[in-house]
Design a protein around this ligand. Sequence first.
Ligand code: B16
Ligand code: MG
Length: 225
Amino acid sequence: MLKGLIFDLDGVLTNSARFHLSAWNDLAKELGITLDSKQLDALRGLSRMDSLNLILEFGNQTDKYSEAEKEKFAAKKNANFVACIQKMTPDDILPGIMQLLKDAKAQNLKMAIASASKNAPTILNKLDIIDEFDEIVDPATLHHGKPDPEIYVRAQELLGLKPDEVISFEDAAAGVQAIKAANQFAVGIGDADVLKADYTVSDTSKLNLKEIETAFNKYQESRES
Ligand code: B16
Ligand code: MG
């Protein structure tokens, strides 16, 4: 039985993903690395350091910098990102999300945030929806980033629920992999062929809790039989 919803933040509740990607693109240019759209897409959902390491790999610069230099680059990217999110308001909540949260509240579903971003509480405050969530996983307490299941397992445990009692929402392939490795039902937002989720919508305006729950129930029944 469905008892909780777990949400990624960037690209699901709001499109702060665009600020991450443009801040990484700026840094990559400074390092003499040109990223194509596929490479930028591959950064979605990855932790700050994993993103930087992947960019350096794309630019064949894997061993070029010390850890201290990499920390400086990551801090620079983060300062750029933090400046961008200061302008965010509740108008930046993606279409369909407020209705989804309202429908979930009406069903007494518990809700958690499973974002890799250390800036998630700031963004949720800017959007004025932080109080909607029962739990927010602190990514600083995790050992592994997405696609490892740790963040989704932690969110589900903080809610006191089992894997077959939650639905998790993601816009990144690495995030969907994390959800599936946690044995949870994955709702993907974006391209179904790329995400490989259990249920996919092209954008958040198409999210409908009743329809998602029907797919979730069918999925759980098929697993029991
Ligand atoms: P920060 P999500 C992720 O958030 C972003 O998608 C990813 O691009 C970013 O690198 C990561 O958070 C870490 O963010 O640098 O702010 O700690 O999609 O998991 O909500
Ligand atoms: Mg995301």
